[in-house]
Write a protein of this length. Structure first.
Lengths: 366, 257
């Protein structure tokens, strides 16, 4: 429970994990004339100590810290790190040299290296460490588990950024509400998507888009992606975002007209905009005078009305998914590029870089 | 709860059961291949606690977690384990016993008044209150439209608890269906997956006791553990990993969380 303490000294640590001989441990604090143990409570947003809480180490193995460190409320969080040299205690700034030295000596400790870079690393260091961890997990546990870890790291980064941007502090109520309201999922390309973002106010929506854009830089997977786009219509039902389902559906029609149109006839849309598009496609591809050679032109002409009909917040997603799945078709590529150059939408702007990349090298036409 | 028993069975599949604990206890569970019962202050007998579908149980809420042993670990068990349950309750009986719900539920009401009868009762309750298993798992109380008649005191108290914005402990334990066992639960043949921190791996398997777990065929799902964050952060990651698992295992078809 929280106490009224304003200062204490770090005099010991609990390793609490029998097999670990290197890594972060739990710093334990004491105050003079008191035999109880305390731990820090930290504001995740500022990284500063907001309280000291009582702690029962139970059966944990305790290690002594030879040079007790005095800490007070509002100081930066203190970490304790054990390696083959000994135990080092300090905030993330004072610990950084020791942590980086550990990384240099033990690059094979991939899990600990990732933790270190998540605390003191730059974007490219976090990214490299995470990819290394994914590879290790893929080798030892398989692809699905590596994907699970990737998703976890991506969501973790999202929540940490959101806590900062929306000033969520440590309030579990607000966090729980947000968890239920903001529906997160990882799309087939491995990117984080947020549904219901349009239910937020404009400022919050822009912040969300900004966070997602920042995460794309860190979580892009150009080397050996553990996620890959769905190229089969059989996967479409598991695709969460309607804009992506629409793009996959059109892609199927263009790549294999007979089965694609058959699939379109039986396809049951789940969302409002998707229903509109499916009806539009049925009308467009139901005309007897059209041949397979006209299909690409039909879709290219569809880009503008689709854009207009979609919800403004989602227009960036629409162009991004269309460019990803249909960027290999010359006429459609041109139509998307033209729409992108015409629009002044801030919601599209957030996706512009990715859309251009897709248009320059999306899934090939075959 | 009679209010639930009168409703039709929606015919959905039974959800897996979850058991969440701290790393130090998780290690014992894996080494012994059993979730042991422990003395329960609510019912006065040795019991083992699980939740229906939701990874709801909270651990270490009071501290900032900096060690793997204090992180949450979630064991996910096959749905057929429900057949062996001693009792099922509409919410977390531990929180009820601690009077965390006392602002909404009258003190004369007893925990057994909220017992659910029959294997289909959890799904009946979910269908009635949330309309779908997805909404229950996500914890989306905005979809709750169920009503109780004035004479259905317990149902009304339960719904008030669910929708009360002013309760002291407004977490998801108020609607997480609890499943209780009177005997230890073995892992063999029943364990589907375990969700745990990523630091148990490094250049090799760092924790030797996990080796035997992999041999059982259970899936091992790592979540990212950065030291020094609030317990709620790890719980969120674990919760999302569980729902990911449900989605890719075909238990759920919707990725909303």
């Amino acid at each position: 429970m929280p106490t009224l303490l304003k200062a204490a000294s770090i005099v010991a640590y609990a390793s609490l994990y029998s097999s670990a001989n290197v890594g972060f441990v739990l710093p334990l604090l004491r105050v003079r004339d008191n035999q109880g143990w305390y731990v820090q409570e930290v504001d995740e947003q500022t990284g500063r100590i907001i309280a000291f809480r009582t702690f029962d180490p139970e059966s944990a193995a305790l290690g002594e810290i030879s040079n007790p460190t005095a800490v007070s409320l509002n100081d930066f969080q203190i970490y304790a790190f054990v390696d083959e040299v000994g135990t080092t205690v300090g905030n993330k700034f004072s610990l950084e040299p020791a942590l980086r030295a550990f990384v240099s000596r033990h690059p094979e400790e991939v899990a600990t290296v990732l933790q270190i870079f998540q605390i003191v690393g730059a974007l490219h260091e976090r990214r490299t460490a995470r990819l290394q961890m994914e590879r290790t997990l893929q080798e030892q546990l398989g692809r699905r588990n590596a994907q699970a870890f990737y998703a976890s790291a991506l969501r973790s980064a999202f929540w940490i950024k959101l806590i900062g941007a929306w000033n969520l502090g440590t309030d579990p109520i607000r966090r729980a509400e947000l968890k239920a309201q903001l529906r997160l999922y990882i799309d087939t390309g491995g990117y984080l998507q947020v549904e219901n973002a349009e239910s937020r106010n404009e400022h919050e929506t822009e912040q969300l888009q900004s966070i997602i854009s920042e995460l794309k830089a860190e979580f892009d997977q150009p080397e050996t992606p553990i996620y890959s786009p769905i190229n089969t219509r059989f996967g479409i039902r598991h695709v969460q975002r309607q804009e992506e389902r629409i793009a996959i559906l059109i892609s199927e029609i263009l790549r294999n007209r007979r089965t694609g149109i058959g699939f379109l006839r039986n396809y049951v849309p789940r969302a409002k905009f998707e229903r509109y598009v499916v009806e539009y496609l049925k009308r467009a591809f139901g005309r007897a005078e059209l041949s397979e050679h006209d299909d690409e032109i039909v879709v290219a002409k569809l880009v503008k009305p689709l854009y207009t009909a979609s919800f403004p917040f989602n227009r960036g997603y629409l162009l991004e998914y269309l460019s990803r799945y249909l960027g290999g078709f010359r006429h459609i590529n041109h139509a998307i590029g033209q729409k992108l150059s015409e629009t002044r939408s801030v919601y599209v702007h957030e996706h512009a870089h990715q859309i251009r990349q897709n248009l320059n090298g999306g899934i090939p036409k075959e | 709860m009679e209010w639930v028993n009168q409703r039709p069975d929606p015919g959905w599949g039974v959800l897996p059961l979850t058991h969440i604990t701290r790393g130090v206890i998780a290690e014992d569970i894996i080494r012994e291949s059993h979730v042991r019962t422990s003395d329960c202050p609510v019912f006065g007998e040795p019991l083992a606690y699980f939740f229906y579908g939701r990874p709801a149980y909270r651990i270490g809420r009071e501290i900032v977690i900096k060690a793997e042993a204090l992180c949450p670990y979630c064991f996910i068990f096959k749905p057929e384990l429900l057949d062996r349950a001693k009792s099922v309750f509409a919410f977390d009986t531990g929180a009820f016993n601690a009077r965390l719900f006392s602002g909404v539920i009258a003190s004369e009401m007893e925990v057994n008044d909220f017992r659910l009868e029959g294997k289909s009762a959890p799904n009946r309750l979910i269908a009635l209150v949330f309309g779908s298993q997805q909404a229950y798992l996500v914890g989306d109380t905005r979809v709750v439209s169920a009503k109780a008649n004035p004479h259905e005191f317990h149902a009304k108290a339960y719904l008030d608890l669910l929708l009360s914005p002013g309760r002291n402990e407004p977490d998801d334990r108020v609607f997480s269906i609890e499943v209780i066992f009177g005997d230890s639960v073995g892992l063999s043949g029943l364990l589907m997956a375990v969700v745990l921190p990523h630091t148990l791996w490094s250049n090799g398997v760092k924790a030797p006791w996990l080796g035997s777990l992999a041999d059982t065929g259970a899936e091992i799902i790592p979540y990212e553990f950065i030291p020094g964050r609030a317990p709620e952060h790890y719980h969120t990651l674990m919760e999302m990993a569980v729902k990911d698992f449900y989605e890719r295992s075909g238990i759920l078809t919707c990725r909303h969380y």
